[in-house]
Write a protein that binds this ligand. Structure first.
Ligand SMILES: [Zn+2]
Length: 155
């Protein structure tokens, strides 16, 4: 058995919405997964105490450096996450390939993963197209008051 999650997060890791806005946006996402050909096991939202790692599960394996173009295994990123587990608000790092400074939230991963204080989570959603499209993400962002993106997690 495995589970698939769509994790919708603000583009700024430290940002979190007001509770009423979070509830309105979550209700909108829930409506996208409700109907004759759409469903989800659960649609909820979480506000974390601090910046949390928004993991993609088994999907992410490598990262491409935007400075030198070299592809490295993603393990070094996980090492930094472990080292900073107490406080992930600081996400700057030096790339192992060439030493260029980068932000772990903005790296070019082969399968997106990110960092956030807030997320709307869709568990085992089914519908045409599965993930949210650009228009739907824009609408979630306008309800929350901040632009969002999504991380697709498979565990
Ligand atoms: Zn590099």
């Amino acid at each position: 058995m495995s589970d698939n999650w769509i994790r919708i997060i603000p583009t700024t890791p430290t940002w979190a919405p007001q509770i009423p806005n979070a509830e309105t946006a979550t209700a909108y996402v829930r409506s996208l997964f409700t109907g004759p050909t759409a469903s989800a096991d659960d649609v909820t939202h979480s506000i974390h105490a601090g910046v949390a790692f928004i993991d993609s599960g088994v999907n992410t394996s490598s990262v491409t450096c935007s400075a030198c173009g070299k592809v490295t295994d993603v393990a070094w990123v996980f090492d930094i996450i472990d080292e900073r587990a107490e406080d992930l608000s600081q996400l700057d790092a030096a790339m192992p390939c060439c030493g260029a400074s980068a932000n772990l939230n903005d790296l070019n991963y082969d399968w997106p993963m990110a960092f956030a204080r807030f997320e709307i989570e869709v568990m085992n959603g089914t519908r045409d197209g599965y993930e949210l499209d650009v228009t739907e993400l824009d609408h979630v962002g306008s309800l929350l008051g901040h632009s969002v993106r999504q991380v697709l997690q498979h565990i």
